[in-house]
Ligand binder design. Structure first.
Ligand code: AP5
Ligand code: MG
Length: 212
């Protein structure tokens, strides 16, 4: 499986990437998670990314493509296949990915585009809780943890992502419409696009992604 997941913030890309990993063994790679790990470690890349991520803006293409190049070159990508969550996000990144994959001799299988009304994603992001230790994602209403505020998987205290504030959510939506939505045409022309209704429950969305 070699997939990319495209969709507005909060549509469920990370949730579906986790399901796909559990059921197919393919490797989920989230550019947002990679940036957050660098930010947490206080690296040079992390410090640079922080100013963009916390304002809901995109990290510049050359920085993002460089980070993904290093990750995609690792042997587990070839061995397990991949689910790219949140990359590419601009036409420049899509072209960058084409080059990276051709250098590696790998072909993209499908580009999944999640479609969902904006009020649904705003509600999803407003209730999201994330585990800073293991990355597991919960929702106050849709997927509450068994013990309030505690990660089911590793027992750490759950947190609200810094960019899940109403103002920043609005900016991320704007950036999606402007920079990322045009990728639908790009992958449609390549015959790789699958449109998926992201409004249903996670299992229903999953079935749309994997249906033959
Ligand atoms: P990133 O981390 O990729 O954030 P995002 O795209 O805004 O998406 P989210 O992670 O917020 O949402 P998601 O679609 O994964 O939804 P989730 O599964 O968590 O990027 C963050 C930032 O990093 C960017 O703003 C940018 O600054 C930078 N960045 C990242 N990639 C970049 C790139 N390529 N180029 C430049 N900069 C980049 O679900 C959300 C909530 O809804 C959860 O609570 C979940 O439990 C719930 N939920 C999920 N599915 C369902 C469902 N079907 N029904 C009900 N509830 C559901
Ligand atoms: Mg995510």
């Amino acid at each position: 499986m070699r997939l990319i997941l495209i969709g507005p913030p909060g549509v469920g890309k990370g949730t579906q990437a986790t399901l796909l990993k559990e059921r197919t063994g393919a490797l989920p790679i989230s550019s947002g998670d990679l940036f957050r790990a660098e930010m947490c470690a206080g690296t040079e890349l992390g410090n640079l990314a922080k100013s963009y991520v916390e304002r809901g803006q995109l990290v510049p293409d050359e920085v993002t493509i460089g980070m993904m190049r290093r990750r995609l070159a690792k042997p587990d990508v070839r061995e397990r296949g991949f689910i790219l969550d949140g990359f590419p996000r601009t036409l420049g990144q899509a072209e960058g990915l084409d080059h990276l994959l051709s250098e590696l001799g790998l072909e993209l299988g499908q580009a999944v585009l999640f479609e969902v009304p904006e009020d649904v994603v705003v509600a999803r992001l407003g209730g999201r809780l994330t585990c800073p230790s293991c990355g597991e994602v919960f929702h106050r209403v849709n997927r509450p943890p068994k013990v309030d505020g505690v990660c089911d998987r590793c027992g750490s205290a759950l947190a609200v992502r810094k960019d899940d504030q109403p103002e920043t959510i609005r900016e991320r939506m704007r950036v999606f419409r402007e920079a990322t939505a045009p990728l639908a045409d790009y992958y449609e022309r390549l015959g790789l696009l699958r449109r998926v209704n992201g409004s249903g429950a996670p299992e229903a969305v999953y079935q749309e992604i994997v249906r033959p």
